[in-house]
Ligand binder design. Structure first.
Ligand SMILES: Nc1nc2c(ncn2[C@@H]2O[C@H](COP(=O)(O)OP(=O)(O)O)[C@@H](O)[C@H]2O)c(=O)[nH]1
Ligand SMILES: [Mg+2]
Length: 366
């Protein structure tokens, strides 16, 4: 086994050096921040490879030319994964154990990471949990109680339809489903439409702003027909206003939005134009629980100017790491309203509750 140390300005560059020098079989033994001869902070990685007796290395730091970050998105993604695993393996557990010297805390930290929390969120949550525990070394049960209280305090929940004002001629309140393509906006709208119409007996209407995709309107029309609910189509502010007027008397109007890539062109700007200064609007930002942490954060930042009322997470049933959704929830402090737990309409939609959220981490109780 030959051991070698690499120093580079960033972790991806250091990893690229390891890969170039030692090949794909290299094992990463450790990393730390160091200063290079100019006093600039760098990352130092110690790695090893088993080359038999012939390929001896000197264990001197390798200050080669820094490799520019690769532009290849797949390699970038792999590097991100390696980076994530590295920090998990090398720093997280030990750092936390060192910090607190408590095995139960360290285990809980690991558990939260395995269920989808990122290190930063898990660390913050556990620090608050620890400070809420009684003095001394907390028992596992005290820790879990305190964690439960933290989640209950920090994760906001709302029921958007708690108060529905009914009556002749009442101006409809617009409930708008925003979000990236394919997350389940239309499906969630149909689930909520069925709940309001069939269970709550609230007169509802539907407006589709999604005229971009062939077939999008057919999907919604099918749901509207089954539920016997009026469906209007609009593309502009003016058309939205007249569709709303036509639905006067329906206290709730659900609005489906366009199936366009929110990163391209002016999708968000167009939506802002449609809803600018329109009153009585409640925006749901629909997100998929299967999305990556980084992407969720980015989506929320992009949609933020529209002022989401709450987040709806779909596809909870399709992930092994449902805790992921709490990373943006705790970071941006938007409340949760609904969770999509399957494809069936209308059954697979539930209200977000703290019990369900705790169940993301401890599926079968404690
Ligand atoms: N597994 C699962 N699939 C879902 C859920 N919600 C929606 N889907 C599926 O996601 C796909 C895209 O849904 P759609 O409503 O058309 O997405 P939209 O483009 O955001 O309107 C469809 O196949 C839905 O059945 C959910 O909670 N769980
Ligand atoms: Mg849709």
């Amino acid at each position: 086994m030959q051991v070698k140390t690499f120093v580079a300005p960033t972790m991806p560059q250091a990893l690229e050096m390891v890969r170039r020098e030692l090949g794909p079989d290299a094992i990463l033994l450790g990393n730390r921040k160091v200063k290079d001869p100019d006093g600039t902070m760098c990352v130092e990685i110690t790695a090893a490879v088993d080359r038999g007796a012939s390929g001896a290395f000197e264990n001197k730091p390798f200050h080669g030319e820094p490799v520019p970050p690769t532009q290849d998105p797949i390699v970038q993604e792999q590097l991100e994964d390696i980076r994530g695993m590295l920090s998990l393996l090398l720093s997280a557990k030990d750092a936390f154990a060192r910090l607190h010297g408590q095995e139960a805390v360290s285990e809980l930290f690991q558990h939260l990471l395995l269920r989808g929390l990122n290190e930063k969120t898990a660390f913050g949550l556990l620090q608050n949990t620890l400070s809420a525990c009684p003095d001394g070394v907390p028992t596992k049960s005290q820790l879990l109680d305190a964690l439960n209280r933290q989640l209950t305090d920090k994760v906001g929940l709302v029921d958007p339809f708690a108060e529905v004002r009914e009556g002749e001629g009442v101006a409809p309140r617009l409930f708008v489903f925003l979000g990236p393509t394919g997350v389940g906006k239309t499906t969630t709208l149909a689930k909520i439409a069925a709940y309001l119409k069939l269970k709550r007996k609230v007169p509802i209407g539907i407006i589709s702003l999604d005229t971009y995709r062939i077939g999008a309107l057919d999907q919604l029309r099918t749901y509207a027909d089954i539920l016997n609910v009026p469906l209007k189509v609009a593309q502009t502010r003016l058309e939205l206003a007249s569709a709303r007027e036509a639905l006067r008397g329906h206290p709730v109007v659900l609005v489906d939005t366009t199936g366009r890539n929110y990163l391209n062109g002016n999708t968000i700007g167009d939506l802002q134009d449609v809803f600018r200064d329109v009153d009585g609007v409640c925006h749901f930002l629909v997100l998929s629980a299967t999305a990556k942490d980084e992407d969720l954060r980015h989506v929320i930042q992009r949609f933020r100017p529209l002022g989401p009322h709450s987040l709806i997470f779909t596809k909870i049933d399709e992930t092994l790491t449902p805790g992921t959704i709490l990373n943006p929830v705790l970071r941006f402090a938007y409340p949760l309203s609904y969770l999509g737990v399957g494809q069936r309409v209308p059954e697979d939609l539930v209200r977000a509750t703290h019990k369900r959220i705790l169940g993301f981490f401890f599926p079968r109780g404690r």
